[in-house]
Write a protein that binds this ligand. Structure first.
Ligand code: FMN
Length: 399
């Protein structure tokens, strides 16, 4: 029964008609053993009273960013650090819009912006408000930022209209949150290895062979896996990115370094190879800078194919091996060929001939090739949204 024992939930309530349902949410959270602290927006106080919330949560209610009493006892930063999870239910169109712009003009929005926790949003609003293009745009932005939406549902609304916009019922919200914590503790037992970025294959002390990979997609995947509880190691070639705290980070230069570090990391449960590893290296690296000459001949030899090598490891093959394919043509054929040739479980392919997606861009558009199935042309999304999709698929796979 106490499925949320010792869990600390920070519940933010906004000024919508569904705010009365958050009282039931608090009751259910308490019943499941969780501690609940509640933040009300100024407008939420018109719908529910601090007194009823305090009675249910057995804790004080926070609503004023500039309250001397609140700030000295538990300021906006400590509130978000205290929580294991933040839930905004209901979230209004207004607060969705504020979060999408990074506004921080009250306690609720300030603590969300300052938060380092998983944030779930349960919207509730009139169907026209929900479907308004500006709201849709804001929602997409929040998905890209890594917020998790619960609902809204389709049904009869308090205003008498019918459509999408009803807040998900408290019991269902609680079940999603219980599932999230269950997955988190299951995932903590799983280890993940992610490679990212290009490699540098030295020609002489100042020159190298490389490619345009920025490493963004791999860093986002590592971040998302870490946020979902996986013990994550990121092995990265040279990039301008910094990993987030909590990821075991290993920096390498060459394909050979990357291979050796990958092998040192085994065994792992999941290996995701997003790095654009150079296929060739120079056979003999020159000790001195090569002088300009009429004809320069570089003798190249093939690097070991890391994905193929790990995927065919006879004793330490990860349970799930995922490769990335950057293609400029024949994406489908090449991806299926790669899946078979490399003996991996999934191939995630993107078309890097389009400058709006793929290398160095913020967005990506991928197709996922499984052994017996294909999910072709997923919609164009930010690399962080794609990373979350992939994490969710990995979580389902292990469930
Ligand atoms: C009776 C009433 C019901 C409302 N219900 C909703 C609602 O369900 N969803 C919503 O997005 N806004 C609703 N609003 C509008 C919000 O209260 C308004 O946009 C407010 O600025 C939200 O403030 P907050 O986001 O800081 O809580 C309602 C307003 C009134 C007067």
């Amino acid at each position: 029964m106490n499925k949320l024992e010792n869990k600390k939930i920070l519940l933010v309530i906004c000024g919508g008609i569904a705010a009365y349902k958050s009282l039931e949410l608090i009751r259910l959270f308490k019943k499941m053993g969780a501690s609940v602290k509640t933040v009300l927006t100024k407008n939420a106080q018109k719908f529910v009273t601090p007194l009823s919330i305090t009675s249910l949560s057995q804790d004080k209610v926070y609503y004023d960013l500039f309250s001397h009493e609140n700030e000295s006892e538990m300021d906006h930063i400590s509130l978000s650090r205290w929580a294991d999870l933040i839930l905004i239910a209901p979230i209004t169109a207004n607060t969705i819009s504020k979060l999408s712009y990074g506004l921080a003009d009250d306690l609720a929005t300030t603590l969300i912006l300052a938060s380092n926790k998983k944030v779930f949003l349960a919207p509730a609003m009139n169907v026209r408000m929900w479907e308004h293009p500006s709201n849709k745009k804001n929602v997409n932005k929040l998905v890209d930022y890594g917020y998790n939406f619960i609902g809204p549902e389709i049904g009869d609304m308090a205003c008498g209209e019918y459509g999408e916009g009803k807040m998900t019922e408290p019991e269902n919200i609680i079940n999603i949150i219980i599932k999230y914590f269950e997955n988190l503790s299951k995932n903590k037992k799983l280890t993940a290895l992610v490679t990212a970025g290009p490699t540098h294959e030295m020609i002489d002390p100042v020159r190298f062979i490389s490619n345009k990979s920025s490493g963004k997609q791999g860093y986002e995947i590592a971040n998302s896996l870490k946020n979902n509880g996986f013990e994550t190691t990121l092995i990265s070639g040279p990039t301008n990115l910094s990993p987030t705290n909590g990821i075991n980070f290993i920096k390498v230069n060459t394909a050979e370094d990357m291979l050796n570090k990958c092998l040192e990391c085994l065994p792992v449960d999941i290996a995701i190879f997003t790095a654009a590893v150079a296929d060739y290296r120079v056979k003999k690296i020159h000790n001195q800078k090569i002088k300009k000459q009429e004809k320069l001949k570089l003798d190249l030899e093939q690097n070991v194919d890391i994905l193929k090598h790990v995927s065919n490891h006879n004793s330490l093959r990860p349970k799930l091996v995922i490769g990335f394919a950057a293609e400029t043509n024949n994406l489908r054929e090449n991806s299926i060929k790669k899946l078979l040739e490399k003996n991996c479980d999934w191939i995630i392919s993107n078309d890097v001939s389009n400058p709006e997606i793929g290398f160095n861009s913020e967005n990506n558009k991928v197709s996922i090739f499984y052994k017996n199935q294909v999910e072709e042309n997923l919609p164009k999304m930010s690399k962080s949204a794609i990373a979350n999709e992939i994490s969710n698929k990995i979580i389902s796979y292990f469930n």
